[in-house]
Ligand binder design. Structure first.
Ligand SMILES: NC(=O)c1ccc[n+]([C@@H]2O[C@H](COP(=O)([O-])OP(=O)(O)OC[C@H]3O[C@@H](n4cnc5c(N)ncnc54)[C@H](O)[C@@H]3O)[C@@H](O)[C@H]2O)c1
Length: 337
């Protein structure tokens, strides 16, 4: 099978990781990198002296490229992706896919009309620990899921043209949609702009799914500790994914509480259950490697990516509704699907 010719647009903080993976994977050849800044191109030159390095990604259009990877600031995602799809290239676009749902819809339509693969870099959908967690939910080993709580906190990285909601919450929202295989009915959000006026650096979201299942997302650029945690509380067991966990990223707690009736007058006491804690072992592959390989597989097999354009649109719609809520005093916003 001929390797796919790939170009990366945007070689700032994240682009080098994408470039490295597409350079190393046997199913792709990294043939070009575009970045507007000289210093980034110089950085790229030390690693990839023999490929095209340009300030203008439009040079890609005459190179017979199969696919592009867009790793530029979010506000540029839509125009660049539209341009590349129009020039018949498959597109992997970083999160958040776009800054509004109309733009996301336009990209989906364009990719469909052209028969091209459009994928969004929802990296946690390719994270072995999250995939393992999903097995525990799907098999019902945790019982019915009551609620999920996620925390993604650290000091920084502060962004200038994006708030913490659009920067970090796409990770948690896409993870929730993947784990639960359903979209929320409504969302409410509360945020604070502590450091820069008008740019929220802390946000709390509440998502309501059908069957009263709730999810809580806490994202922050203003926290003393780095936290990357997802807690799933089920009727039978509880699971915690801690990305920074020293002894294992996932722990399954055989913990719970049941009301226990003591007499015929309806009185009861709580029976607490605290059984074993299991740390499942599984092979952990670099999530970005999985994501990049999946993109190439989808192009070759003409299959729909796990984190498709539609997945990106869903995340964008939830973010839009959360932003509305945050601006309107934490109103509960029903999401129109
Ligand atoms: N999946 C992840 O875990 C993850 C992590 C970090 C960032 N990201 C995403 O990656 C994207 C890039 O983030 P970053 O932190 O690398 O940003 P960054 O600002 O460090 O880098 C962006 C680069 O794009 C370049 N650029 C801007 N407009 C361009 C254009 N028209 N043509 C060519 N180059 C252009 C800039 O010069 C800059 O070097 C964002 O969408 C971000 O949300 C994803």
């Amino acid at each position: 099978m001929k390797a796919l010719r790939v170009g990366v647009i945007g070689y700032g903080y994240w682009g080098p990781n994408l470039a490295r993976n597409f350079n190393e994977l046997s199913a792709s050849d990294l043939v070009a990198i575009a970045d507007r800044k000289d210093e980034q191109l110089e950085r790229a030159r030390t690693k990839y002296p023999d490929i095209l390095l340009t300030k203008d990604y439009k040079e890609f259009f005459n190179m017979g490229l199969d696919a592009v990877i867009i790793s530029t600031p979010p506000k540029t995602h839509h125009p660049i992706a539209k341009d590349c799809l129009s020039h018949n290239m498959h597109v992997l676009i970083e999160k958040p896919m776009t800054l509004n749902s109309q733009d996301a819809e336009e990209l989906i339509e364009l990719a469909k009309a052209k028969g091209l693969t459009l994928m969004v870099g929802h990296i946690f959908e390719y994270n072995s620990a999250v995939m393992e967690m999903k097995k525990y939910i799907d098999s019902k080993e945790l019982g019915d899921v009551f609620y999920i709580d996620t925390a993604r906190l650290n000091l920084g990285l502060f962004q200038r043209d994006s708030n913490v909601l659009w920067d970090l919450a796409p990770h948690d929202i896409s993870t929730l949609l993947y784990l639960l295989e359903q979209t929320p009915v409504s969302v409410s959000a509360h945020g604070m702009a502590c450091v820069t006026e008008g740019i929220h650096d802390v946000a709390y979201l509440n998502l309501v799914f059908s069957n009263n299942l709730m999810a809580y997302i806490h994202v922050s650029w203003l926290d003393p500790s780095k936290v990357r945690r997802i807690t799933v509380v089920g009727s039978k067991k509880m699971a915690v994914y801690n990305d920074l966990g020293a002894e294992g990223k996932i722990k399954i707690y055989d913990k719970g509480v049941d009301p226990e009736y003591t007499d015929t007058f309806g009185e009861f006491q709580y029976a607490y259950r605290a059984g074993d804690i299991i740390i499942p072992s599984f092979r952990f592959v670099e999530p970005l490697r999985e994501e990049c390989q999946h993109f190439l597989d989808c192009i070759v097999n003409h299959s729909e990516p796990r984190s498709s354009g539609l997945d990106g649109l869903r995340v964008t719609k939830i973010l839009e509704a959360a932003e509305r809520s945050m601006k309107n005093g934490s109103t509960r916003e029903v999401i129109q699907w």
